[in-house]
Design a protein around this ligand. Sequence first.
Ligand code: SF4
Length: 330
Amino acid sequence: MEISEKNISDQFGRIHDYLRISLTERCNLRCFYCMPEEGIALRPKSQFMTKEEVIRMAETFVSLGIKKIRLTGGEPLVRNDAKEIIDALSGLPVELAITTNGILVNKYIDTFISSGLKSVNVSLDSLQRDKLNSITRRNYFDTIISNIRLLIKNNFHVKLNAVIIRGVNDDEIVDFIEFTKDNNVHFRFIEFMPFDGNKWDWSKGLSYKEILDMVKLKYRNNLTRMEDRKNDTSRNFRVHGYKGTFAIISSVTNPFCGTCNRIRLTADGKIKNCLFSDSETDLLSAMRREEDIIPMIQETVWHKKSMRGGMNSIEDFGKQKNRSMVAIGG
Ligand code: SF4
């Protein structure tokens, strides 16, 4: 098999048409499983993609078959030029989506609507004010909840992401599902993953099986296992009669790498062929030198490992050097 001119494929034949662009490493929250306690070293602005460079990168990737772009961070909406970037990207033939912590959504909802951005993922690790404020080390519970309600009211496709951590929020799994009873949202339970500085230890994580056993204990036969879509990262379920749905994202115990179509571009312009890859390619410096970055993109993705950046078993987790989650954007 050869590197294709028409699309971005890897040595296993996976076609990559979904690009996640991190707009910034800055964030207005300090979630303990994402942002190292001491924060991350803020670097000079010159090391990060300007608005024009983000758009040029996106155009290049779209010319190679990218059909969906998700904006991530840090928190993408803390960037002063986030509105211009969203407006500009909305002119490309792609599905535009965003992952946000929800704090600034009310300031951008008109931009989302005018740009045709429909899919909004919001991080929500607890439905309890004090607990959420302690997980995020900031006090934005009310703002986040009211902005989630604003998105639902405006018929956005809302996915709520909760990283499930033993002894922290595993006691809320039923509450999260009950939130889908009258709210048309998609609540996703994410297995705790290792990233630089998050003191990962699998004993703090809950597996797909443990979560599902808890759910079945409560909902028994009132559950429907929904059909997986081609590149799904989650296993989806609906409680009979509930407006919304829920899902489990199991990168640790039950990975879904076989149909992976995702590439990541970091805020400092490096391409990662996998969330867990410990190698990156610096596209930004090459682009600034007016070099052709297309062969670099194809080469980097071609050499993608079959699973989890080469971490084939849980024992491999935490051994590879990787960035902190805030510097990748999930
Ligand atoms: S771990 Fe890597 S290969 Fe697997 S689904 Fe995630 S990005 Fe794709």
